[in-house]
Design a protein around this ligand. Structure first.
Ligand code: NAG
Ligand code: NAG
Ligand code: NAG
Ligand code: ZN
Length: 474
């Protein structure tokens, strides 16, 4: 059957070979992406980031979408980034395999894959550090550190602006500003590397909702924050405002993986057997700083500079697996790779507009009203060029407020159900403050509002609750 499909495609589309599981070098990497594009011209686009690596290797991305090259409202954008550490190579090969698989299944009319691609814009960057990959490969691939850094000997996953320091300082001072913090940056700890700059521009210019970066050396899905609040080097849980959501995202990968979440598998051993710890005992997930703290990582940068939620996937004990194990690893990761992309369709999404059109940069703030005590989630999301926003959330009840200077804020109550394959749609129409306005007085939070029922008031519950909670801690 597989052979038949292969010959059928090869005959009618003039397509070349089957995907081979091997370590693809930097030229082969771009050739594979081109080949996938030739097999699936209508749903893919290959592009390079704005800058190449230090040694001038382009950072290639393949995009899957039924509108390649264009963002569409209601369609969330997802990315996978592999090989940021040059000697951690499994993610690189998995992403090439995933690109091949998505195209092949699409052409075979697989309903689930077609549905995914028609409703999601997916970007795959197989290698963020092709120079490190080259050095690691040229030196045998088995050194724990050789090839980790870029060609300037800089660890790219320590080279992003440290926005954690800013958000922690704002927390201490009781300042409610909690998102898109790059404009609050006053100095860089170190110059940005070309690979970092290229990825930063990419992250800032595409409205990503969900992301994962792939590493190796352990088997665990790691979620923000990576940096501890106190500066403790290890073992300090550093929760972000979206801790529940991040935990669920990480668990989605771990649980769909062959054994990341298994309590019985062996832990990873590094020389001395005493430090073999099996993260499966805690469900295959960990908070970043609860493991060890790091500054300047890409994961926290995504969350604090943009609307994107990123987790870090440690894909196995072996940083540079043997070629013969790659296909087995693909089969162990395939379901998880797909299940994670589907998480971009959880929570809520919608469009913010007024009488004349879309409102860009509207602020979407959320209060969790699932329990009797309303709890604001102090990380706001903003709307994009079509006024569209995407707010990942776990199942529960929420009050969502859309606001923008010059408009009266609008709040709506929504229930996020379990097992979503499509985010709940919650649109907002804002009235300019200059127009006639019916002044509803707002006092105690009225329970029992029906889902989606619009409510208008001048002072949002979010600020009221947030201020009350901040007052208590000072
Ligand atoms: C691409 O789209 C065109 C126009 O809709 C169609 O004729 C063509 O068959 C499609 N090609 C593939 C490979 O799906
Ligand atoms: C940089 O790349 C050159 C050429 O591949 C290589 O000889 C050199 O060892 C690399 N340096 C580092 C620090 O990776
Ligand atoms: C909201 O609260 C409920 C109940 O405590 C919890 O299960 C859910 O994860 C919370 N949602 C978020 C996004 O934190
Ligand atoms: Zn790594």
């Amino acid at each position: 059957m597989a052979m038949y499909a292969f010959f059928y495609c090869a005959f009618f589309l003039g397509v070349s070979s089957e995907f081979v599981w091997k370590h693809h070098n930097n030229e082969e990497l771009s050739a594979i992406l081109e080949e996938v594009h030739e097999n699936c011209p209508n749903i893919t686009r290959v592009y390079a980031l704005t800058e190449p690596s230090v040694r001038n290797v382009p950072l290639y991305v393949i995009e899957f979408s039924d509108t390649p090259g264009f963002h569409q409202p209601y369609k969330p954008e997802v990315k996978y980034v592999g090989n940021i550490h040059g000697n951690e190579v499994l993610g690189r090969e998995l992403l090439l395999g995933l690109a091949y698989y998505l195209c092949e299944e699409y052409n075979k009319h697989d309903r689930r894959i077609r549905n995914l691609i028609h409703n999601t814009r997916i970007h795959l960057l197989p290698s963020m550090n092709p120079d490190g990959w080259q050095l690691s490969t040229d030196t045998g691939g088995q050194d724990f550190l050789l090839g980790r850094n870029n060609n300037h000997s800089v660890d790219l996953n320590r080279n992003f602006p440290d926005l954690d320091a800013i958000t922690f300082e704002f927390e201490r001072q009781g300042i409610s500003h909690n998102n898109h913090l790059l404009k609050d940056l006053t100095r860089l700890a170190a110059p940005l590397e070309p690979e970092t700059r290229a990825v930063m521009r990419w992250i800032m210019s595409v409205p990503f909702v969900l992301s994962a970066a792939m590493h190796g050396g352990d088997l665990v899905a790691n979620y923000p924050y990576d940096e501890s609040r106190s500066g403790a080097p290890v073992s300090e849980y550093s929760a972000s405002p979206d801790d529940d959501t991040f935990r669920e995202l990480a668990m989605t990968y771990a649980e769909a993986h062959a054994d990341m979440a298994s309590a019985n598998r062996p832990g990873c051993r590094f020389g001395d057997e005493s430090n073999a710890y099996n993260f499966g005992k805690q469900g295959g997930v960990t908070n970043g700083a609860a493991w060890y703290s790091l500054r300047g990582g890409m994961q926290d940068f995504n969350y604090l500079a943009t609307n994107a939620f990123e987790v870090t996937l440690e894909l196995g004990c072996q940083k540079y697996p043997y070629e013969k194990d790659l296909e087995k690893e693909w089969l162990r990761n395939k379901d998880a790779l797909l299940a994670y992309i589907w998480k971009a369709h959880t929570g809520i999404k919608g469009i913010v507009k007024d009488d004349s059109g879309f409102i860009q940069n509207a602020v979407i703030s959320v209060v969790n009203i699932t329990d009797s005590v309303p709890r604001p989630i102090r990380h706001d999301i903003t709307s994009g060029i079509y006024g569209d926003y995407y707010r990942l959330l776990t199942p529960g009840h929420y009050e969502v407020t859309a606001s923008h200077p010059g408009y009266f804020p609008v709040s709506r109550v929504v229930t996020v159900p379990t097992h979503q394959t499509s985010a709940r749609i919650l649109n907002f129409k804002l009235e300019p403050t200059t127009s006639w306005f019916d002044d509803y007085t707002f006092g105690v939070y009225p329970h029992g509002l029906r889902d989606g029922q619009p409510r208008i008031y001048k002072r949002s519950l979010y600020h009221k609750v947030a201020n009350a909670m901040l007052d208590k801690t000072h």
